[in-house]
Design a protein around this ligand. Sequence first.
Ligand SMILES: *[C@@H]1O[C@H](CO)[C@@H](O)[C@H](O)[C@H]1NC(C)=O
Ligand SMILES: *[C@@H]1O[C@H](CO)[C@@H](O)[C@H](O)[C@H]1NC(C)=O
Ligand SMILES: *[C@@H]1O[C@H](CO)[C@@H](O)[C@H](O)[C@H]1NC(C)=O
Ligand SMILES: *[C@@H]1O[C@H](CO)[C@@H](O)[C@H](O)[C@H]1NC(C)=O
Ligand SMILES: *[C@@H]1O[C@H](CO)[C@@H](O)[C@H](O)[C@H]1NC(C)=O
Ligand SMILES: *[C@@H]1O[C@H](CO)[C@@H](O)[C@H](O)[C@H]1NC(C)=O
Ligand SMILES: *[C@@H]1O[C@H](CO)[C@@H](O)[C@H](O)[C@H]1NC(C)=O
Ligand SMILES: *[C@@H]1O[C@H](CO)[C@@H](O)[C@H](O)[C@H]1NC(C)=O
Ligand SMILES: *[C@@H]1O[C@H](CO)[C@@H](O)[C@H](O)[C@H]1NC(C)=O
Ligand SMILES: *[C@@H]1O[C@H](CO)[C@@H](O)[C@H](O)[C@H]1NC(C)=O
Ligand SMILES: [Cu+2]
Length: 409
Amino acid sequence: MSPMAKLGVVIIIYPKIGDTYPFPKPAAEFPILLGEWWKESIAEENNIVQSGNDPNTSDAYTINGQPGDLYNCSKSETFNITVSKGLTYLLRIINSALQDVLFFSIADHNVTVVASDASYLKPFSSSFIAISPGQTIDVLLKANQSPNHYYMAASVYTGVRAAANTDNTTTTAIIKYSGKYTPSSSPIFSSLPDYNDTTSFLNFTNSFRSLADKKHPIDVPTVVDVSLDYLFLVNLGFSTRVASVNNVSFVNPSIDVLQAYYYGINGVYDTSFPDTTLQLLIRKTKVKVLDYNSTVEIVFRTTDLAGSSHPIHLHGYSFYVVGSGTGTFDNETDPSTYNLVDPPFQNTIAVPVQGWTTIRFKANNPGVWFMHCHFDRHTVWGMDTVFIVKNGNSKNGKLSPPPPDMPPC
Ligand SMILES: *[C@@H]1O[C@H](CO)[C@@H](O)[C@H](O)[C@H]1NC(C)=O
Ligand SMILES: *[C@@H]1O[C@H](CO)[C@@H](O)[C@H](O)[C@H]1NC(C)=O
Ligand SMILES: *[C@@H]1O[C@H](CO)[C@@H](O)[C@H](O)[C@H]1NC(C)=O
Ligand SMILES: *[C@@H]1O[C@H](CO)[C@@H](O)[C@H](O)[C@H]1NC(C)=O
Ligand SMILES: *[C@@H]1O[C@H](CO)[C@@H](O)[C@H](O)[C@H]1NC(C)=O
Ligand SMILES: *[C@@H]1O[C@H](CO)[C@@H](O)[C@H](O)[C@H]1NC(C)=O
Ligand SMILES: *[C@@H]1O[C@H](CO)[C@@H](O)[C@H](O)[C@H]1NC(C)=O
Ligand SMILES: *[C@@H]1O[C@H](CO)[C@@H](O)[C@H](O)[C@H]1NC(C)=O
Ligand SMILES: *[C@@H]1O[C@H](CO)[C@@H](O)[C@H](O)[C@H]1NC(C)=O
Ligand SMILES: *[C@@H]1O[C@H](CO)[C@@H](O)[C@H](O)[C@H]1NC(C)=O
Ligand SMILES: [Cu+2]
């Protein structure tokens, strides 16, 4: 079979080029690309834009392009790696699925989580990971069990979304120990948290801490210049699907915002994106303008009664995730729980279902930056917004001109 119904290019971003690992050099590195697969050639975005409907759920997830042994059609090509007992390996796990947060685990092996989104973390041991679309997580795997073959596996985390509306299948790949031994008749199966195991999901996500040591200092803003309150919502009660940020459903302009901003073309967007939610939905191209070097705090909030954690992704920046919780954000008490000592430095963060997450960053990268939910369908429905970060005075603090060979469209 040809499982790659949809081809893509994967760019692997390694933590800080030139940096040495803050852990002993692993014996080898393996990219583990989690994906999603449809039997039909789906042209999915057109489908969901034109019909305004939910996309069809996928038929399988994949590990490095293969659904794995649970699928007869894939079984002969299931991805596998070979390890030697006693050695430690680095797995660079990427979730390139379009629609789903995934759990991933390895039978009988815990992993040590060491980095996410190209920033190192204080290492911690876990029997599984939870990874959002667009997120990367690096883990160390110590081959310390009896020589055998073991499954690695991934399946969905849905939050409170009905199981019937999601792909509830499991994808597998194999880890084989090298050497002479009699393997079990089939690889040892790995257990994964249930699709609705929010406790495990939150426990994992909340375990991230930056290294925050002398060699890896952090720079979390302690004074906030701009405080924003952003509600991410799938709007109900419309004939087609609509999603929004602060009840502004983003409309893709015909001239892109970057060009319009750079060349001063009027009428493409307006700068009145609200700092807190509107009461009624509007469909517009609105942006928020930030001064160069201003320190920005955003409380991401979600109130959807059904649905998964929105994985919010910001272009142009990594941000410190200083706090999160379930329930309604309380501006009196919740800020006292913020971690300003060693918060993780991410560019994608899944906001808890019916909860909140607070991020901080310094707006020191001038330009036009998209922020959106990393679920493809939500992006298409309008759960997007744009920041324009103004130029600073220094030479480095200015938006570069378009390259001379920039294609016309
Ligand atoms: C979506 O699923 C329906 C059945 O549920 C099927 O009839 C249709 O062909 C599918 N569409 C695509 C684009 O796969
Ligand atoms: C997979 O193959 C086995 C053995 O050939 C067969 O018994 C089984 O029905 C197949 N399963 C599916 C879902 O096709
Ligand atoms: C493991 O993967 C390699 C390709 O990397 C393949 O040639 C080999 O047949 C696979 N082995 C098993 C046992 O599936
Ligand atoms: C994995 O960690 C758990 C504790 O979180 C421990 O109970 C278990 O024995 C560990 N498993 C292995 C294979 O090390
Ligand atoms: C997966 O979902 C299908 C319907 O979408 C259902 O028939 C099946 O029982 C579910 N399987 C599991 C393991 O929940
Ligand atoms: C998860 O769903 C199952 C049914 O599929 C249910 O029995 C269980 O209580 C649910 N767990 C949680 C934490 O909601
Ligand atoms: C996650 O669960 C483990 C084991 O139950 C616990 O020790 C740890 O404190 C929890 N972490 C968080 C961030 O909740
Ligand atoms: C919290 O209160 C502060 C101080 O009054 C205010 O600046 C900020 O906008 C509020 N944030 C939210 C998310 O309501
Ligand atoms: C946003 O707009 C919807 C209409 O989709 C409205 O029902 C809802 O109350 C608004 N939400 C908020 C938080 O203002
Ligand atoms: C921006 O911040 C950097 C580092 O804090 C500082 O060196 C620089 O002078 C600031 N630039 C402007 C224009 O405020
Ligand atoms: Cu979303």
